[in-house]
Design a protein around this ligand. Sequence first.
Ligand SMILES: Nc1ncnc2c1ncn2[C@@H]1O[C@H](COP(=O)(O)OP(=O)(O)OP(=O)(O)O)[C@@H](O)[C@H]1O
Ligand SMILES: [Mg+2]
Length: 774
Amino acid sequence: MAAGIPTHLNAGFSRVRAVLASVANARLFGKALRFWLSLGVVIAAITSSVATFLILNGLTSIFPTNNVVLSTLGINASFVAIIIGIIGFQVVQLLKARKREAGAGLHFRIAAVFSFVALFPAVLLAVFATVSIDRTFDTFFSTRVKSIVNNTVEVAQSYLQESGQVIRSDLVDVAREVEIGAALFTENKAAFERLFSSAVSLRALPAAFIIDSRGKLLAASSTDGPRYKAPPPADIARAAEGRIVPLSWDLANGVAAIKKLNGFEDAFIYALRPVNPNVFRLLQRTQQNIIQFQQLEYSRAQYQFVFALMYVLLALTLLASAIWTGLVFANRLVMPIRKLIGAAQEVSQGNLNVQFDDGFARDDIGRLGQTFKQMTVDLKTQRDDIMSANSELDERRRFIEAVLSGVTAGVIGVDPAGCIKLINRSGLELLGLPDDDGVIGKPLVEAVPEFGEVIEKGRRQSRTKPVHGQITIVRETGERNFAVQVTREKDDQADFGVVLTFDDVTELTVAQRTSAWADVARRIAHEIKNPLTPIQLSAERIRRKYGASITHDREIFEKCTETIIRHVGDIGRMVDEFSSFARMPQAVFEEQDIREVVREAVILFQMSRSDIEYKLDMPKEKLIALCDRRLLTQAVTNLVKNASEAVDAYRASNPESGKGRVMTKLRLIDHRFDIEVVDTGVGLPKENRHRLVEPYVTTRQKGTGLGLAIVQRITEQHGGVLELADAPVTENCDHGARISMTIPVSHGAERTEKDEARTNGQAELMLADSHLQS
Ligand SMILES: Nc1ncnc2c1ncn2[C@@H]1O[C@H](COP(=O)(O)OP(=O)(O)OP(=O)(O)O)[C@@H](O)[C@H]1O
Ligand SMILES: [Mg+2]
């Protein structure tokens, strides 16, 4: 294929191909990279959503502080935004492709259906999740829960208060007793301590201390009770004002109170009763919980919003991931279909060279593609075959049209209904028909009724045997003979009508008849003339020898022998005339002034017949042509003689018609000279007009019928054409004949061009016939 392409161009082509291939590869690579990146983003988005869910629900070790919540939700939102961006990119690509690419609409619809289907679960999830959060919060913050929590605290506090009340009254009692023995404190410390211990143990207090205002321990009720821990100075200060001050329970790990001791310089009594540590812990926790609970209630809307946001983001992530998956799946599913639709569109527009990817998938669509490819290849092969057959047919048609328009024979194609479907130029000319537009589609028997019979015969004939025939067509211009051949166009199944070939054989027929007559004439002349001389001699001898001896009825004898001798002489002359026609001398061609030839013939009549007006119309300048002067003079003389006789005949039947006229015209038309004799006689007979040129065809009583036969022979010898027609109708005259001889100026003794053309035409017809049959 590249044989004719220079090497450097070839190298250029392969470089361009390589660049295109690398561009295609790069595009494929880019596509794959985009897919994997998108898939990574989708997986990361789903993972982050799940992580957010776990973190916000406290299912991980990460505590959902404000920052953590904000950042996880932020990451989620970013992922959702990226996926939406990816989807947007793909949708824009799809929308763009939808306008120009086949099947993009289908792609778009499938992707839309996927997205729609994905939308439902995502929205449902978001709605359900939000509603259930709401309900959870409602339950969590219901009044029952609140009252349970509050009651728990109240119970704990009541317990503590009661314990506090008990210890206060115990403290007052112990203080009263100690104040009574206040003097002992300075005087007898040991007695005081005993008093103090008994007062304390009497009230089953686990421990009591006497302290000063600085918290310094002055005396203790027992050594094995809880260890002393100085109360807060603020509480001591308040007790100094005279009140019984209860101590915060967590400080004392139980209930405790301080009271100023009256009667002492600076002393306070401080008693405590440890409470079950579990009660304390529970109380502590309950209080913490209450604080938390109140905080939670305070920021309930905030939590609700965060959870709703988390679920919305989760739903969005799922939705976007589903849409992306849908798009990718639609891509995978629809891409081969799109390619197929594109290919089908190309094929429908006539491009059968459409390219297919070689690797077809093994699914149904792959099989469809494979079948479509096979179908396109088959179509292409068939179309190529049809095209080549068509071009071959076209070539044949052109050839046949050229042949048909070139041949001189007429060719007519007739369909089975008998209408003309084709006619060549020669056919139109020969039949004198208008242009082919006027006859195509017309029934042949309407256009040329004379063909009817031969066509019928041809239709009945088998294909292998063409029908031959001869028909005569009579038109205003004259009568023409045609040799016709009818061939039937038929194969085993159908009938295609017939083909008619025909040629004008008028001249040929006449020539054949003339030559046949010449032959007959020669034989008859020969056969008749032979016995004539002995008959004549015998008659003369009888007259000479017995003339003198016959006395009786001698007159009759003389008359009879004379009649014999005279009639034998007449027969001899007739036979001479006969044979002179039969032995027409060969023409001797010489350059002559045709004007002289014509004048010579007409002058004889002008001089001898004054009752007829002989007119001569000739060019002024010489008209030199190759001809036999004697023969041509004889021909013109015959024509003028016939014209004169026709005028005579007319005058005989129309005595008042006046002087007749015979006009002889000589013209030079297109290298041919035309001698035309027009008279005002009876005119040519309508029937069998063409046979007038045959020997012995005459309508005159005294005529031999050889005149026109001789004129025809002479015209043929000069390569010319003899035409018999009616005289042109004028105002004064509507009768008469017009006989014309048209002869080529330089014919010489050669064949005429027309003869040659006819031979060639027949050869062409035969060639075309054989071509068709091949
Ligand atoms: N000018 C004409 N006008 C009318 N009829 C003509 C004319 N010329 C020829 N014919 C007809 O053609 C016939 C044949 O003519 P042709 O010259 O061959 O023979 P003829 O004239 O009859 O006899 P011949 O010429 O031997 O005396 C004539 O009988 C006549 O009917
Ligand atoms: Mg004549």
